[in-house]
Design a protein around this ligand. Structure first.
Ligand code: PMV
Length: 343
């Protein structure tokens, strides 16, 4: 039996991807930090099966058969069959587990889809079906994007961009590109602590959310702003300008939520506790001059971003002032990480 095992992290967007077209192509370029602790480990073993033109898989999540995920994965694999015809030649045993509690309200599609595609692309290579000279990470990123847009950014260490941008010569809508070489050293050990405000599933799936951008009255302005924010964010990430980085990061998070609030139907995804935390973070920064910034995904949980040098002071602040706003005081501590890893 041939097998492989990969670990892939989640990522947190600084300039957000919100709005897509065609076959999972982004309306604007985005950039994210790759995380470390929040990851998925996926192991796949394959055996030859009789040729019947069907893809056949078993899917276990944390050692339990999971039929809902299985059917999602099957329909995705069918959608890429013309690009990976060997999928029908084998039976695929897939085992997956997450490092973070699955009831924490943290999206796991970025880590799970990139871990899955790393395994499949690795087996494609081992079986001799991959063209000589293929850029492995680019291929994993390409297929991860088809599975779940922002997942394509998870494969690269430290930071990655996705989406064609005039400010990034090698960028593409089809796959992410690494940004580690240009990232200022002060961001290499940046922290991202996730304050779990609610463990509930998202009330709007990202597919529905992206589609609402088609009729959002602010869509064109958003894409212009995203382009400008990419330009400024890239400069800040290169020069190590943490204040400018924080200003744009927070503006992006609030704009993402403003877009959801101004969609039809509209969604308010922040909870009162999310706002309490945001206000406290802004006041803390004003009073102490400690560079602590927030961002949000498409949900109520608040990510806190800060440099390693202020870890102790931020920890004290979280314990004294912020964890009380979290569901069961839950805070997931994370930091910038290395990207895909073969185990
Ligand atoms: O990759 P999706 O379709 O789950 O969309 C992700 C959207 C955001 O997390 C809100 C922003 C981003 O760029 O990651």
């Amino acid at each position: 039996m041939i097998q492989t095992k990969w670990k892939s992290p989640s990522n947190i967007a600084l300039v957000k991807y919100w709005g897509k077209h065609g076959r999972q192509l982004p309306r604007n370029a985005s950039i994210s930090f790759t995380l470390h602790h929040c990851h998925t480990i996926t192991e796949i073993s394959i055996e030859e099966k009789k040729v019947d033109g069907q893809i056949s898989i078993d899917f276990f999540f944390e050692n339990k058969k999971q039929d809902q995920f299985k059917s999602k994965i099957l329909s995705f694999l069918n959608s890429i069959l013309s690009e990976m015809p060997f999928l029908v030649q084998f039976h695929w045993h897939i085992h997956s587990s997450n490092s973070f509690p699955h009831s924490a309200g943290i999206a796991s599609s970025a880590s799970s889809m990139s871990a899955l595609m790393a395994c499949i692309c690795d087996l494609e290579k081992q079986l001799g079906f991959q063209k000589e000279g293929t850029d492995f990470l680019k291929r994993v990123s390409y297929f991860s994007r088809l599975a779940s847009g922002s997942a394509c950014r998870s494969v690269y260490p430290l930071a990655a961009s996705w989406g064609q941008s005039n400010y990034l010569p090698l960028s593409s809508d089809e796959y992410a590109s690494p940004f580690d070489a240009d990232l200022h050293i002060d961001f290499h050990d940046f922290h991202d602590d996730v304050l779990i405000v609610s463990r509930n599933e998202k009330s709007v799936s990202s597919t529905v959310g992206h589609n609402l951008m088609h009729n959002n009255p602010f869509a064109d302005i958003r894409y212009e702003q995203a382009d400008l924010n990419m330009k400024l964010m890239l400069q800040a990430l290169k020069s190590g300008d943490i204040e400018e980085f924080g200003r744009i990061t927070e503006a992006e998070a609030l704009m993402l939520h403003a877009l959801m609030m101004t969609s039809s139907p509209s969604f308010v995804l922040m909870e009162p506790s999310s706002l309490e935390i945001i206000k406290k973070v802004q006041n803390f920064r004003k009073e102490t001059s400690i560079p602590l910034y927030f961002t949000l995904d498409a949900g109520p949980n608040v990510h806190l971003l800060y440099p390693h040098s202020v870890e102790e002071k931020v920890n004290q602040f979280i314990s004294a002032e912020l964890s009380q706003h979290c569901d069961q005081n839950q805070v997931i501590r994370d930091f910038v990480g290395k990207g895909l890893e073969k185990l």
